[in-house]
Design a protein around this ligand. Sequence first.
Ligand SMILES: [Zn+2]
Length: 269
Amino acid sequence: MGNDGGSIPKRSELVSANKKPSARDEADRAQAQQEAFWKSCTLSKKTLEDPIVSCAFGRLYNKDAILQYLISPETYGDADELVPHISSLKDVVELEFTKAKNEEGKEAWICPVTRKEVKGAGGKFVYLSVCGHVFSDQAISNIEEKVCLECAAAYDSKMDVIVINPVKEADIGAAKERMKTLAEKGITHSGKAAKKSKKRKAAAVAEPAPAPSADVPEFATKIAAKLKEDGHLNKKSMSAAVKSLYRDKNDKDEGSNWISKGTFNRSVA
Ligand SMILES: [Zn+2]
């Protein structure tokens, strides 16, 4: 062994602007993307908080964001792109995470069988659409009898095991196939009967965009846009005192005197 202390990059390697992203960069990006999907609601982009639901594509949402969307679809500007496949609560399943303290002493989701922490980096995790219990894929693959280890609900290993935030094309493809099969049978993601309607059938198989394999920048842009929007809302709702600092200079202001006006104008000029 020897000479394994890592190599020192040459200056040209560090400053080259046109350098193609390396496999390592790609892996880092993919990991950052996965972490974002595991931490924030796909619809509201807010931090995930119980109760958490998941759609047929294994994406995670805050239940309140989905409820808000179902009541007023216009709440989220990009909802048509993100959740064309959700038109009722039957299209999502509430997840049941097992919680425990992780190595850092923080509460974390774990697989109740392998005790592995359930997160973006760390393997493949699934839930059962019949009950919402979350496991590592490894644990589920090794179960002979197809009943949930947490609640004994019977499940079908082909139709009822949903990969959370799938990365592999095979898993994404399987989710699409499953949705088609369910739609043909008039069954929703949660296993409940769908209301009979042609429109619904079309919506049930509609593919959301961007898919979890979409670029990080697109996802990041959406989050940035959302933050900007929130900032805007905050400004609208700020107190009268703070608002007065932002007063338009054309506004008539009887309350302030020439001293404060002058000071404010100078400071922003
Ligand atoms: Zn269960």
